[in-house]
Design a protein around this ligand. Structure first.
Ligand code: TXA
Ligand code: MG
Length: 345
């Protein structure tokens, strides 16, 4: 079949739209070992056939990701869970049935067929069933399970728009499917379901409150209560992550208003939760620019805007960014976690 890219090419990368013909191309590309960046409801993922170690190796190379940081395997049908997971504890099954498809990743015992490179040699595998119709269709058409980390260079801000992927990984991948902006905007919540009491490994797009409704008790390590120390449960939870080039620091809003904190030399931006706070800081005249995550102060909107705002701030080359600590509830937990780790350069 002749192939005519519908939008553009950047370097060797072909950008596809979301027509069925394009999604077929993307699925076939995955099946033949190529790398495809694709939209999900959380962030854009950089996909490869999870059962093809060479393809997965190219993902690590494109991202410059250390090999000790395992990938999430994406499926598009509940039946496919048994292709990657050796067993599904009852508690994990309840979570999957209640919350999939959606922004939730479940750690399960892995099947031997899943190559070690995917799981960094662990005997567990992270599995996610995304809800984004484009992601689901591409995975279905690939006929395989898709290993996909966020489609950003390791340690940099995650992509919530196709242009973020094109700008940072453009020359390194084969296809990019442009499905518009991601609705959730922060990565999936990761839950380790191999423990007797399930444990939160990463706060994310599925609120903890919702997960508790299904399984009751969840272990929440101290580092997600605002503490900086404690062991690192998930290998990818390095504290320095999501980092823009500008220096980013976190403050309570009251401190941002306090003339006592003297902003350093250079151009500075403030990043606050809502429009009302932004207006108040603008009046203070101490920042070159002030940005609000959500004009109306709405948590879902704030999460969806977070990474795009950080990308824009980086593009504008501020020397420093002073960000507000958002409240520890619902998606606020994920926003605060990402900002905290962006501050740890
Ligand atoms: O929303 C998402 O989860 C996005 C989209 C593309 O699906 N993906 C994503 O992947 O955020 P990545 O690679 O950026 O983050 C995967 C996280 C890392 O923190 C990694 O360490 C953890 O999942 N992880 C993967 N496998 C694991 C395992 N077997 N045990 C513990 N943590 C694991
Ligand atoms: Mg990532």
């Amino acid at each position: 079949m002749p192939f005519s890219p519908r939008i553009a090419t950047i370097g060797a990368m072909i950008i596809l739209d979301t027509s069925e013909e394009s999604l077929r191309k993307a699925g076939a590309a995955l099946a033949s070992g190529l790398l495809v960046a694709l939209p999900t409801e959380t962030v854009y993922g950089l996909g490869a056939d999870a059962f093809n170690p060479l393809a997965v190796a190219k993902v690590f190379e494109a991202k410059a990701r250390p090999s000790f940081d395992p990938l999430i395997v994406h499926i598009a049908r509940m039946e496919d869970l048994s292709r990657v997971a050796a067993s599904v504890p009852p508690l994990a099954e309840r979570l999957a049935l209640a919350l999939w498809p959606g922004p939730l990743t479940i750690i399960l015992p892995k099947r031997p067929e899943v190559p070690d490179i995917v799981t960094s040699g662990l005997d567990t595998v992270a599995v996610r069933f995304p809800s984004h119709p484009v992601a689901r269709r591409i995975i279905e058409l690939s006929g395989t399970a898709v290993a996909a980390p966020s489609a950003n260079p390791f340690g940099y801000i995650s992509p919530t728009k196709a242009e973020h992927v094109a700008r940072t990984l453009g020359g390194k991948i084969d296809f990019l499917v442009d499905g518009g902006p991601c609705a959730v905007g922060v990565e999936s919540t990761v839950i380790d379901a191999t423990k007797e009491i399930p444990e939160l490994l990463r706060p994310g797009g599925m609120p903890l409150e919702r997960i508790r409704e299904i399984v009751g008790e969840i272990a929440v390590p101290p580092r997600f209560h605002g503490s900086e120390s404690g062991p690192m449960a998930s290998p990818g939870q390095l504290s320095s992550h999501y980092a823009p080039r500008s220096a980013l620091r976190l403050f309570e809003f009251s401190s941002l208003c306090d003339a006592g904190i003297f902003p350093p030399q250079g151009r500075g931006a403030a990043l606050v939760f809502d429009g009302e706070r932004a207006a108040k800081l603008e009046l203070s005249g101490r920042f070159d620019a002030v940005f609000a995550l959500s004009e109306k102060g709405e948590m879902t909107e704030a999460a969806a805007a977070l990474f795009a705002l950080l990308h824009n701030l980086d593009f504008l080359e501020f020397d420093w960014i002073y960000a507000e600590k958002v409240p520890d509830e619902g998606l606020g937990r994920a926003i605060k976690d990402r900002l905290f780790r962006a501050s740890r350069k």
